[in-house]
Design a protein around this ligand. Structure first.
Ligand code: DX5
Ligand code: ZN
Length: 231
């Protein structure tokens, strides 16, 4: 049985104007954003430091869509509880940062949030085998994590397909999220490959009209569903 994909757009506030975050959130929500992606970087798992709990708490007060928190931090198990308490509805941790990823996933789920595993461009899809039946979503990084505005790594598209197949083999309908270098041009092929959540920072907040950019990205992504159905 084929299950219709549930396409969701997740603007990442990493490229927004941090002096007016509330306006940024409202702008993409008007454009049909389904989630808000929040990139947390610790200066250790990735070179830069971005934002932390106080910003998530502030976003929680203004956002009407769920917060999807992407933890690019070492020892993520130490941080999941406070981030869920701050308002994260979804929390992803990196496989490369989590020696006890099963335990971390159950902790996240036990706190009432959706538990995701993110993999770097250099990490093969097959590394997810052990968590394929227990993960709520998988984040395929299509750039090396650490910054917005990097070019999409083309082979990520086939990795999305591999991860979708791996989850399907495990009988898990968990969505594949793809993160990095995404815009109107590659949205449809990524959805056709099996991505259901598309993260985008610069192609939305780097434009003069984030509302329009979010709406356009959504439209382009939905064109990928039609392509799949026509196949
Ligand atoms: C990268 C972050 C991404 C980033 C995407 O480390 O995980 O979420 O914000 O930025 P763009 O869409 O500009 O590649
Ligand atoms: Zn991210």
């Amino acid at each position: 049985m084929t299950v219709a994909p549930n396409i969701r757009i997740a603007p990442s506030i990493l490229a927004a104007d941090f002096a007016s975050l509330g306006d940024a959130v409202r702008a993409v929500e008007r454009g049909g954003a389904d989630l808000l992606h929040v990139d947390v970087m610790d200066g250790r798992f990735v070179p830069s430091i971005s934002i932390g709990l106080p910003v998530v708490e502030a976003l929680e007060r203004v956002a009407t869509v769920p917060l999807d928190v992407h933890l690019m931090v070492v020892e993520p198990e130490r941080h999941v509880e406070p981030f869920v308490a701050a308002g994260a509805a979804m929390v992803s941790v990196h496989l490369e940062a989590s020696p006890h990823v099963h335990r971390t996933l159950s902790t996240i789920r036990g706190l009432g949030a959706a538990a995701g595993v993110a993999i770097n461009p250099g990490t093969p899809a097959a590394s997810l085998e052990a968590v394929a039946d227990s993960v709520d979503y998988v984040v395929v990084m299509s750039v090396n994590p650490g910054a917005a505005g990097q070019p999409f790594i083309p082979r990520s598209e086939s990795k999305v397909l591999q991860v979708r197949e791996l989850l399907d083999r495990a009988g898990n309908r968990a969505p594949v999220e793809v993160d990095g270098g995404i815009g109107p041009v590659n949205a449809a092929p990524l959805v056709a490959a099996g991505a259901e959540i598309l993260v985008a920072a610069s192609s939305i907040f780097g434009t003069a009209d984030p509302t329009l950019a979010a709406r356009r990205l959504r439209d382009r992504a939905l064109a990928g569903v039609t392509a799949t159905e026509g196949a």
